[in-house]
Design a binder for this molecule. Structure first.
Ligand code: PLP
Length: 425
């Protein structure tokens, strides 16, 4: 037998699979599983008919370039369209400043390749998106966490950590943030904080990677389009690399996303992309472009927003009904996720076994922390299951939480001198 471990590079030996991807494998093994784990869009909202029409015309055979290799930069008309989409978000970008990527996940991977040396520091929020963690880890970055307030990253902590890391002689590659409806917390960074963050980045000379797949999906009972203005929109000195995607608004199966950055950076990302996949699928790009050109995306956005808002409300009501004050969360103002906090003595890594036994699953908070902490927090995605499944899933989850609390209470009481046991009645 070959010892394959000896075949792998040291980087490959330390690669870690995404915790969320690992959960994906459970679906087939647990019958009737209700999953709050992956951030999938609701499949019934895909514009199936429009996609079929567009695909049929794109595949008519009249344009041979459709199935040919395309430019690494991206399909020309799509790149032009992206400049317009960006300008509607307040970002002025020329086509030279735009690169189409195979999902934003590829943009994260390319970003890691062009900015990170082994050991470079990447500053991330505590907690942050697992796909960012895996991409930066694969490039052998040292991930350093920064605290969070209810309106986004804690700027004082950010400054403290930056000064500390530099004083220790480490190079900071960039800061990674998800300001709109962050994955996993659902938090919306305030506009005032975005301004202060830009000022801070200029003062400390730090690049910002701004990841924005959810900005268009704001809930109009609590947020408005203006609240999601990208940091990039006010970036006067070219220190923000902006990532966005059609995955959550059109469909993730097309794998079409993009980066907007100063030309020196997009040129470098383009070279890295040449080695990764030569180009993003031409058919995917044309379908997404046609869908946009025919106005399908713009017309559907209000429906997507109201649907996810309703899903959020179904989940929050069910949690309140089933668990009362045994659970709390910051109100999601958009996006796909609710960041649930259970009583302190519930460890969500341990709770997962009980939840699975009841055929419900979520992502434990530990997956999103780069400081290795386990906690009483969990990410619940309300985007994909139907309202009835959300209700049933929350019932199952609540039963698992209550069971865990009963067990932890009785074991604490039964163990003399156990931590947490009251000293006297
Ligand atoms: C914050 C964030 N960034 C990037 C991605 C990757 O998206 P995609 O590769 O489908 O564009 C996701 C997907 O969930 C995400 O939540």
């Amino acid at each position: 037998m070959i010892d394959y471990d000896g075949c792998f590079s040291s980087a490959a030996r330390t690669m870690q699979a995404s915790a969320i991807r690992k959960m994906g494998g459970l679906g087939g093994r647990v019958s009737d599983l209700i999953s709050f784990a992956p951030g999938f869009p609701a499949p019934e909202l895909f514009a199936w008919e429009e996609f079929r029409d567009v695909a049929q015309s794109v595949l008519s055979g009249s344009d041979p370039s459709v199935l040919q290799y395309g430019s690494t930069r991206g399909y020309g008309p799509l790149v032009e369209a992206l400049a317009q989409i960006l300008s509607e978000r307040g970002i002025a970008a020329t086509p030279e400043e735009i690169l189409v990527t195979t999902g934003s996940q590829q943009a994260l991977d390319l970003t890691a390749r062009v900015f990170i040396d082994p050991g470079s520091v990447v500053l991330v929020e505590l907690p942050t998106y697992t796909g960012g963690i895996t991409a930066f880890n694969n490039a052998q970055a040292t991930l350093v966490g920064v605290g969070q307030d209810s309106d986004g990253i804690d700027l004082e902590d950010l400054d403290r950590v930056t000064v500390r890391e530099r004083a220790a002689g480490r190079r900071i590659a960039f800061l990674y943030v998800v300001p709109n409806f962050q994955n996993p917390t659902g938090l919306l960074m305030s506009l005032e904080k975005r301004q202060r963050l830009l000022e801070w980045a200029a003062r400390r000379n730090v690049l910002i990677i701004e990841d924005d797949p959810y900005g268009a999906l704001y809930f109009d009972d609590v947020a408005a389009a203006g609240d999601t203005r990208p940091i990039k929109a006010d970036d006067r000195d070219g220190r923000v690399v902006y990532l966005s995607s059609f995955s959550k608004t059109v469909a993730p199966g097309f794998r079409v996303a993009w980066v907007a950055a100063p030309t020196a950076i997009t040129a470098k990302l383009e070279v890295a992309k040449q080695a990764a996949d030569l180009c993003t699928g031409g058919l995917d790009q044309r379908i997404v472009y046609e869908v946009w050109k025919r106005g399908v995306l713009t017309a559907r956005l209000p429906k997507l927003r109201s649907h996810y808002q309703e899903q959020r409300t179904v989940m929050t009501r069910a949690l309140r009904r089933e668990l009362g004050n045994l659970v709390s969360w910051p109100e999601p103002k958009g996006g796909f996720f609710l960041w649930a906090a259970f009583p302190e003595r519930v460890n969500t890594d341990a709770l997962l076994t009980r939840a699975l036994a009841r055929a419900v699953v979520y992502v434990a908070g530990s997956a999103f922390y780069v400081d290795g902490r386990s906690s009483n927090l969990a990410r619940l995605a309300f985007s994909a299951p139907s309202a009835a499944r959300i209700e049933e899933g929350v019932r199952r989850l609540a039963a698992a939480v209550r069971e865990e609390l009963d067990v932890s209470t009785s074991s604490v009481l039964a163990t003399p001198g156990a931590p947490g046991r009251p000293a006297s009645p």
